[in-house]
Design a protein around this ligand. Structure first.
Ligand SMILES: [Cu+2]
Length: 442
């Protein structure tokens, strides 16, 4: 009896030692460092790009694509990212793979300037990076198209590799993200489109080839900026899933992965049969139907492509787009439909999410128009603030006006006494654009 208790204690001690060994190994990040320096260059710029089906998007990008460049490093590497702001507005960078305050180095980069961020990729997984000029601008620029994926490949093998002594046959890097028509919809989470890797239904038009029995590894990242995705393969069950892409965060056999904004997973899935497997966010009405669907085409004779990148398409924007989506600018009049007011109507135009809402208004002569700042973050200055004003930049009528800078919930009013049209901007966010057309109704 005594010896049994003794061996039980010995067993427990051994287990404890083993556990603490694991913990030390995980936590000793400095000893894990490789000394390899991985260098990247990100250009921040204003852009017009294709987002699928003949639609153009006007916003901001890294290196001219949305999502931006896919950055690949190994656990323990030193990462050096040079951010070059070639734009006329302030940008910046936030990298979630860095366990350090990136804003101290690459936040708030003025036009024409370059900054460098250096950090150690100590934590394995799939991470988001995004623009970060600071404050209010972080949210606005991320919505405006500036985001991408950085993968820190783990030293430790994923469980699938341990179990089966094999590598995946195909690696699919997939970013889910939303496009908004204006800042009001951004505030309300009413996405116009939801997409994988920069285009609506990109992999329905151009399916991802695989073969039955293949192991497909998804590097799945939802950059949002608002919606929570539930990623699912129709006709499949995820074999191994690792939260955040860290091999230690293992679960098995689930129908979906719940992925909030900036959450990520690595998924190892064995393609069970031949056929077309739909890859969807199972939020059907708010996401899948708006473009968050792809196809994995499983056939015996499918080509071997190795990997699918998360980077946005590099095609030029459509020459004559059927729609022009511009969350901050005037966009298309079929999307940003002019709102027609009548005599006596109360006319109020919001400044919200770095856009005017409605962007286009038609008002009768004699109308008083009130602008109100609905942006809440009115601290700081420049791109970092949600303060706004109204400055006329183009007019074919006689009125000339300019408001003070408005804080949250502050208003400015102007009465139009002559017909004409007035295009206006915010002086500190000059890509914000609104249009008032004053018409004679007599
Ligand atoms: Cu930016």
């Amino acid at each position: 009896m005594k010896s049994r208790a003794f061996s039980l204690i010995l067993l427990m001690l051994a287990a404890l030692l083993l556990l603490s060994g694991c913990t030390n190994q995980t936590r000793n990040r400095q000893a894990n460092r490789t000394g390899v320096v991985q260098r990247f260059e990100l250009l921040t710029q204003s852009d017009t790009i294709p987002i699928g089906d003949g639609v153009a998007f006007e916003g901001f990008t890294f290196n001219g694509i949305m999502p931006g460049p896919q950055l690949m490093v190994n656990e323990g590497d030193t990462v050096e990212i040079t951010v070059i702001n070639v734009d006329s507005v302030t940008h910046g960078l936030s990298v979630h793979a860095a366990n350090t305050q990136t804003s101290a180095h690459v936040g708030n980069i003025p036009p024409g300037e370059t900054r460098v961020l250096t950090f150690y990729a100590d934590y394995p997984g799939v991470y988001m990076y995004h623009c970060a000029p600071g404050g209010h601008g972080i949210m606005a620029h991320t919505m405006g198209g500036q985001f991408g994926m950085i993968v820190v490949e783990p030293k430790e093998k994923y469980q699938m590799e341990k179990d089966l002594s094999r590598e995946p046959d195909l690696r699919v890097y997939l970013i889910q993200h939303e496009v908004y028509a204006d800042g009001r919809d951004f505030f309300d989470g009413k996405a116009l489109y939801v997409m994988f890797n920069g285009e609506t239904f990109r992999y329905v038009r151009d399916p991802i080839p695989a073969r039955p029995g293949d192991y497909v590894r998804f590097y799945y990242l939802n950059v949002g900026p608002n919606l929570t995705s539930t990623f699912h393969a129709v006709g499949g069950i995820w074999d191994y899933i690792y939260y955040g892409g860290n091999p230690r965060n293992l679960m098995e056999g689930t129908q979906s992965v719940v992925t909030g904004p900036t959450d990520s997973w690595v998924i190892d899935w064995k393609v069970p049969d031949e056929g077309s497997f739909l890859l969807v966010s199972h939020a059907f009405g708010t996401q899948a139907i708006k473009g968050a669907v792809g196809v994995l085409d499983s056939r015996q004779d499918s080509p071997r492509v190795g990997s699918i990148s998360s980077e946005g398409p590099t095609d030029p924007p459509p020459v004559d787009p059927k729609r022009f989506v511009s969350p901050f600018g005037l966009g298309s009049d079929t999307l940003d439909v002019p709102v027609r007011y009548r005599d006596g109507d109360q006319i109020q135009i919001q400044m919200v999410g770095n856009s005017y809402y409605p962007k286009r208004a038609e008002v009768p002569v004699g109308s008083t128009v009130r602008w109100i700042n609905e942006d809440v973050f009115d601290m700081l200055e420049g791109e970092r603030t949600g303060k706004h004003d109204v400055v006329v930049v183009r007019a074919d009528g006689p009125e000339r006006f300019r408001s003070e800078l408005l804080m949250h919930a502050e208003t400015f009013e102007f009465t139009f006494t002559e017909p004409g049209s007035y295009e206006y901007i915010c002086s500190i966010h000059p890509y914000m654009r609104g249009l008032i057309t004053v018409v004679d109704t007599q």
